[in-house]
Write a protein that binds this ligand. Structure first.
Ligand SMILES: NC(=O)C1=CN([C@@H]2O[C@H](COP(=O)(O)OP(=O)(O)OC[C@H]3O[C@@H](n4cnc5c(N)ncnc54)[C@H](OP(=O)(O)O)[C@@H]3O)[C@@H](O)[C@H]2O)C=CC1
Ligand SMILES: N[C@@H](CC=O)C(=O)O
Length: 812
């Protein structure tokens, strides 16, 4: 025999009840079954609300009653054919008449005793079970049994204790004599030995089903609800959560204790004792497997689920007077339990200096008063400090029977939380190691749950959340590459890279599910107005794991907010060179903060665009090499300009072409003045371990003073035209010596300089084509023949791919 229990949502309306009947009919073909039903969804709450209204002389109880009546009558009319309706409607009317009379009594007496409330609450199940049994009978033979006739319980009317000796006798007697394949029973209700209606408290219908299943030694107890089983985490918080196919009783209870609402542990005790398995199924997706809860499980994964409880307060009792003195904990726990305060979590420092307990927020003030009173003497004598309360917290817990057999799980748990800047306030791990709990700030709950879910259940796909500022030349190509590579990243690198926030200098948009990159331009145009502060605050608010801020601007103010992101453990990837070429102290601070908060700070594109120059240099340094000398051509735009400028072209046009090709900075004077190259050699020197400032780099300028003094691009270009003869003279001097012009950067033994040089034909820089860059590293390991990196050193596409590479590096 099987026992099936259908909850309130499964029987909320006639459509749902039809689904229930189909499931019952199908199951009854292979087994004798008892079907326990809850009240129609939300009915019990409405019944209780009506009772309180009536007892407080509020006539609104009549409206509650009318609505309930209308809903039940509608269900009858939907489910039962016209000729069969009168009998059923009459019975329902009779029950509603009784209910109205009880409400009226409460109204007149202005009184509501637990006994009356239990009677009122029982109407929900009495009505639903009767109606469903009648509807079932139309298609297949169904018996009906009022549970009050077989389940005997105490007169603690709202949470009655079952008399199992009598109840089990009644149930076995009834079912052994009952030949019907299907029997319908109301959940939640029972009768006292004096014959009064009583109720079984929270989860009462589950309890009814479990009592019957245990008494008849059922093959299985099925709990039918509106979710497809117990999930690896709360699916409304963790989108990737999935139902756990097989789980032990112990694990199910741990998960339920920590927030999974599918079962209420006390109610399943009867089946647990008899080792009857429980299957959680979804009424609305009956084809799905659901979760099987049994004594043993075939699923040997160490972590079965992650759960959480919100609204937790931590109470800490500490003081030097507690050390080595027995009885402190006893007094603390006695005081708390005497006042009916439930303790959810306990930790105690091995120094015995403090005991920390986690309780529900609503009990916090009461608990503080109780503890302060209990330890009044010790507090006065300063042996114990007044109790400390910390609110707005929550508990997250890893659950799994098999965790004890695996090393390093708590290490993984806490390091992945730490990497994502989730501060842990307290930790509790039972000696059975079936549960590892951490108390964290409740604002971090979503991030923490997703981080842990990714760590323990999604080894395959890691989510990277990007917050991108700057969608110009480089930024636009970056977004296009991201969109194009999305599938590849998922399939081959197991990375789901999403852009959550996007901005230019005017507008910003955010979408926690990921911005549609096919349509970002229109979305951004219609976005809200932005500022660096607003973008940062929004990013912080999202509080997502694996977050990275991407700077695709050339803006100083943007470069000054990196620290804020890094301090939130949000990584920074930037092609903007200003931060790394700023004061040495700032550069060092950013690196230190990046290390401290475990947030990557990557800027490969600062030198040579997409070329792996900084990464290679880091590898040299990390492996113990030492750089003595760097010689390089580091400006893609200047290389392009001097490769194309001759007596048949104008300097103005060649520079304009370089800008059009996307090689120059937004302000091309930054390139032509040598500032861009100076920044790059400075960054290479710093990455090589040398302490240099930008002002230490000598610059041999070739621009006339007038061009250097211009304030905008138009004036700058006008000055280039005006000084064409100056540029032609520079070209001629080199050409006359059969040399080419190259803007070279050099770093030799701690000193750096940049400037235009005449490069003869035999020099390795002579044939450097187009917008290419070249870098020669002379090091301990490469003393004579330098390590050379050469290739396209400017352009939106190559730069975007360099940013891309940095983002992938953040995941390592
Ligand atoms: N081109 C190349 O080969 C390489 C470029 N880089 C670097 O790439 C960076 C970007 O260059 P590029 O794409 O050409 O520049 P663009 O001028 O084309 O784009 C700059 C973007 O930044 C936005 N922006 C500017 N100021 C702010 C601000 N205060 N807040 C938010 N957004 C802002 C702009 O918005 P709006 O349009 O609203 O002004 C625009 O979207 C530069 O730092 C450059 O050095 C690095 C390596 C190679
Ligand atoms: N403007 C730069 C491009 C990137 O750094 C250059 O010309 O090299």
């Amino acid at each position: 025999m099987k026992v099936l229990k259908f909850g309130g949502s499964s029987v909320a309306n006639s459509e749902n009840i039809k689904k229930v009947l189909a499931i019952v009919e199908k199951t009854s073909k292979t087994s004798k079954i008892a079907v326990v039903v809850s009240a129609f969804g939300k009915t019990t709450n409405a019944l209780i609300e009506g009772a309180h209204l009536a007892a407080t002389k509020n006539e609104a109880y009549k409206t509650v009653l009318e609505k309930l009546e209308a809903h039940h009558f509608n269900v009858i009319k939907d489910l039962i054919s016209l000729e069969n309706q009168p009998e059923i409607l009459n019975h329902a009317k009779e029950l509603f008449h009784q209910l109205a009379t009880i409400y009226e009594g409460c109204y007149l007496l202005e009184e509501l005793t637990p006994k009356t409330l239990a009677t009122i609450s029982s109407f929900g199940e009495l009505l639903s079970s009767y109606i469903i049994a009648k509807a079932a009978n139309i298609s297949f033979e169904t018996g009906y049994k009022d549970s009050r006739e077989i389940i005997i319980a105490s007169n603690n009317y709202l949470n009655a204790t079952v008399n199992f000796a009598e109840t089990n006798k009644n149930i076995t007697a009834y079912f052994s004599g009952n030949q019907k394949k299907v029997t319908l029973l109301p959940g939640f209700v029972a009768k006292t030995s004096e014959g009064k209606t009583t109720t079984l408290g929270r989860g009462g219908s589950d309890y009814t089903a479990a009592i019957i299943a245990a008494a008849v030694n059922a093959d299985e107890l099925q709990i039918w609800t509106d979710v497809s089983g117990m999930f690896t985490a709360n699916p409304s918080v963790v989108k990737q959560a999935f139902p756990i196919p097989h789980i032990s009783y112990h694990e199910a209870m741990e998960l339920s204790h920590f927030g999974a609402k599918v079962i209420y542990p006390p109610t399943i005790q009867p089946v647990l004792k008899k080792e009857i398995s429980i299957r959680i199924k979804n009424t609305f997706k009956p084809e799905e497997e659901g979760t099987l809860i049994a004594k043993e499980t075939s699923n040997k994964k160490p972590v079965k689920g992650i759960s959480h409880i919100e609204n937790i307060t931590l109470i800490t009792l500490e003081g030097s007077g507690m050390v080595g003195i027995p009885g402190f904990s006893k007094r603390l726990f006695e005081a708390i339990s005497f006042h009916n305060i439930n303790i959810i979590l306990i930790t105690q420092a091995s120094s015995e200096l403090s005991i920390c307990i986690g309780i529900a927020d609503e009990d916090a003030q009461k608990a503080k008063a109780v503890i302060d009173e209990t330890f009044e003497f010790e507090i006065e004598k300063q042996k114990v400090n007044p109790v400390k309360l910390e609110q707005d917290l929550c508990i997250i817990a890893l659950v799994g029977d098999n965790m004890k057999n695996h090393q390093g799980l708590s290490g993984q748990m806490f390091s992945s939380l730490g990497k994502n800047n989730v501060n842990i306030r307290a930790i509790a791990q039972g000696s059975t190691e079936k549960n590892i709990s951490a108390v964290i700030n409740k604002n971090d709950a979503k991030k923490a749950l997703n981080t842990l879910h990714e760590q323990f259940f999604e080894e395959k796909i890691k989510q990277i959340n990007l917050f991108v500022t700057g969608v110009g030349n480089v930024g636009e190509r970056f977004l296009a590459q991201l969109e194009q590579q999305k599938k590849h990243l998922k399939k081959h690198l197991k990375l789901n890279v999403r852009v959550i926030g996007l901005s230019n200098s005017r507008k910003m948009i955010f979408n926690e599910k990921g911005i549609d990159l096919k349509n970002w331009k229109a979305l951004l145009e219609n976005g809200e107005s932005t500022s660096l502060e607003r973008f940062f605050n929004k990013t912080k608010q999202c509080n997502l794991r694996n977050s990275v801020f991407v700077d695709n601007t050339a803006n100083q103010a943007v470069s000054e907010v990196y620290e804020n992101y890094l301090r939130q453990s949000i990584g920074v990837v930037t092609c903007n060179k200003i931060a790394c070429a700023s004061l040495l102290e700032n550069y060092k601070t950013l690196k230190a903060i990046s290390r401290k908060y475990n947030a990557p700070f990557l800027f490969e594109t600062n030198v040579g665009a997409g070329l792996p120059i900084i990464d290679t240099l880091k590898n040299l340094i990390n492996s113990g090499d030492r750089v003595h000398k760097i010689q390089a051509v580091l400006s893609g735009s200047l290389n392009f300009v001097f490769n194309n400028f001759n007596k048949n072209t104008t300097f103005h046009d060649v520079v304009a072409q370089a800008q059009k090709e996307g090689y120059t900075e937004p302000d091309p004077k930054i390139d032509l003045s040598g500032v861009d190259v100076a920044r790059k050699i400075l960054i290479l020197a710093r990455e090589s371990g040398y302490d240099l400032e930008l002002s230490d780099i000598s610059k041999n300028a070739f621009l006339p003073e007038e061009s250097l003094k211009t304030k905008n691009n138009d004036d700058f270009y006008a000055s280039l035209t005006k000084n064409e003869a100056h540029f032609q003279q520079i070209f001629k001097e080199a050409n006359d010596k059969n040399c080419r012009l190259k803007y070279v950067a050099e770093f030799i033994d701690g000193k750096a300089n940049v400037g235009l040089q005449h490069i003869p034909a035999e020099h390795p820089f002579y044939n450097l084509e187009g917008s290419d860059n070249i870098v020669l590293f002379f090091t301990d390991r490469y003393p004579e023949n330098p390590l050379i990196i050469k290739g396209a050193g400017a352009g939106a596409d190559v730069t975007a791919s360099g940013i891309f590479a940095d983002i992938i590096r953040t995941t390592k």
